[in-house]
Design a protein. Structure first.
Length: 366
């Protein structure tokens, strides 16, 4: 351990950095190949919305000015669309920043947070960085077991993180399950409901936490513009909570945390229903295409409510991941989630899905 590492907080010293999906440019440099497709990061295969590009163009002349630190326009538009008050909304540099911000507001070495096994890796990173105790509930069918999670809540619990749908598995929880869970824990425990993939869900028992937000003042709902709205490169997210919690988050939120181009683009895509609808259709059809192809190949997968599938290759998936890279297809290994035989595949355009399935067949024959 160097002197600088020893000076860092204990929680930081034990962390491993978040590993994003491999960029296309990196694979081009490594292998010298082209025609690469990336099905690793659950990005929108339709690309950047034209409405966002136009809004960015209009905002470019004002780059010498600081952005609106309050994100007034975006918050007003979200409030109208979500039927909430603007005072309930906090804007973040992606929902990832908000998850970290929530942890910083409520956690300390004297308390704890509850998460599920196989849930989004950012939750334990945020908790451990602050020296708080991480309590991990064992999963049920690779998804959240809310009864087990409730059983881990004690007088020192400040936060519970729930992803619905869950990343990387795609499992979802019905709204009745979530309401039952919230009713079973003290109001002093903040429940963070991560709805990054909310727009994609078409399951009958699913409903957004927004439908019960008025009933549970300890509920925070986080969402993002990175997935269904196609703005992953701009980093914009938001959360909805009761105004008291929003006020606390905004006390710690960095000034000008979302740049002016991102704010303009986010406002524009909220009005772009055509882009959103086309993306949802592409996802539904692509999911069916992938599921049918994987069934034909005999590869098990987890039914997903998001824009990705978790596929079990039945053996160490890293060599298979490398084979896909050689074929110019970037997938997502999930060994860090204790799922070493699985790879996560984002739903792409029809030709991208077909290419993935063709390489799958080739890999299985080798």
């Amino acid at each position: 351990m160097t002197i600088f590492t020893s000076l860092a907080l204990p929680g930081i010293r034990g962390l491993s950095p978040y590993q994003p999906g491999k960029p296309i440019e990196e694979l081009e440099r490594e292998l010298g190949i082209s025609n690469i497709i990336k099905l690793a990061s659950n990005e929108n295969p339709l690309g950047t919305p034209a409405s966002a590009i136009a809004a960015i163009g209009k905002a470019l002349p004002d780059l010498a000015l600081y952005p609106d630190g309050s994100a007034f326009g975006l918050k007003q538009k979200l409030a109208l669309q979500l039927s909430v008050n603007a005072s309930q909304i906090t804007i973040g540099n992606g929902s990832n920043e908000l998850l970290d911000l929530i942890a910083r507001v409520f956690l300390s070495p004297d308390n704890n947070a509850v998460v599920s096994r196989h849930a989004f890796i950012v939750y334990p990173i945020a908790v451990n960085a602050l020296g708080s105790t991480l309590k991990v509930a064992e999963a049920k069918n690779l998804g959240h077991d809310l009864e087990r999670m409730a059983g881990l809540v004690d007088e020192n619990t400040r936060l519970v993180f729930i992803a619905n749908p869950n990343n990387p598995t795609g499992n979802w929880l019905g709204i009745a399950e979530i309401e039952k869970f919230l009713s079973s824990i003290p109001e002093s425990v903040i429940v963070v409901l991560d709805e990054a993939y909310h727009e994609y869900v078409d399951k009958l028992d699913y409903a957004s936490g927004l439908t019960i937000l008025d009933k549970f003042p300890n509920l925070i709902i986080t969402r993002t513009f990175s997935k269904a709205y196609g703005l992953a490169g701009l980093r914009v997210g938001y959360c909805i909570s009761n105004p008291e919690i929003a006020d606390l988050l905004n006390r710690l939120r960095e000034p000008f945390n979302v740049n002016s181009l991102a704010l303009a683009a986010a406002e524009a895509v909220l009005d772009d229903r055509d882009y959103l609808d086309r993306g949802l259709i592409i996802n539904r059809e692509g999911m069916k295409q992938l599921e049918a192809g994987l069934l034909q190949l005999g590869l098990p997968f987890i039914e997903s409510a998001g824009n990705f599938l978790l596929v079990d290759f039945g053996r160490d998936a890293m060599p298979i991941y490398q084979q896909f890279l050689q074929e110019g297809i970037i997938l997502r290994p999930v060994g860090v989630y204790e799922l070493p035989t699985y790879l996560r595949i984002s739903v792409g355009l029809p030709d991208q899905n077909a290419r993935f399935l063709a390489v799958c067949k080739k890999v299985l024959q080798e």
